[in-house]
Ligand binder design. Sequence first.
Ligand SMILES: [Zn+2]
Length: 304
Amino acid sequence: MNRPVFDAHCDTLGLLSDGIDLNSQQTEVTLSGVRQYPKWTQVFAIWLEAEAMDIDKQYRALYERYIQKTTEFHSVLTKRDLQATSPLKSILGVEGGDILKGDISRLQTLFDQGVRLMTLTWNTPNELGDTNKTVRSPSGLSPFGKEVVRHMNRLGMAVDVSHLSDRGFWDTIRVTTKPVLASHSNARGVCQHPRNVTDAMFLAIKRTGGGVGINLYPPFLGEAADIQTAIAHILHFLSLGGEDHVGLGMDLDGTGGRLPGGFSTCKDTKALFDALQQAGVSEEIITKIAYTNMERMFAKILPA
Ligand SMILES: [Zn+2]
């Protein structure tokens, strides 16, 4: 069954170019695909390769693509925008606090440009803190990282801990006054991958009023990595009392085409809902996972 969808992470902007847009059928998130659903709200991430030379240039290129190529989406800047009648809505995110270059004033600039979510780190340590890619004794949030979390809370930007080191995660939990998101991370209780969250981390996220977005990248799902595996992660979070704290962050266009069997584009999202139904999850809870949980969390985070 098709339902409203709220997806907290895709890397589609990185694939768009002069010749490729959301109508080109060369991306996993397409206009024709999202239009098969009654509503679709999409967080588009500006992914930054921190080690590449000019991070501002990378940011500007993807920001321009967002402005030019998502015009069919109502851009969500405030809590009120979440209620706009447009069936398609977009939220702009940045993946990698590297973009701040250690300067807190740059956060206001991002906010002014419409950024409403920031993944504190990607896979390399930055001025904010260390990542869950670091093998040996990763450190936590730096004093600057803590300052950034507090300032994001004040401005009304979602603090995203996917990719952050475990120590950084716990530092964030101690500092934040708003719901925290792991926008595209699964359950370590099902798949022991550092990109996923432990039960204790999930419960801490839950206490902030935040949540996780289920990621379809096979290495974060587990061995078999089919639709059922994705469902197993959701059921695990539900078993932890998470019915109000699980959503989707499918990582479409960010997995190099690697997705669970039976899933190839955003059109297939309904397969998750069908599988949840078959697993005995109630209609009410499926609707929460598909849309309303993420919508509620963003309503608590965004400015009025
Ligand atoms: Zn990511």
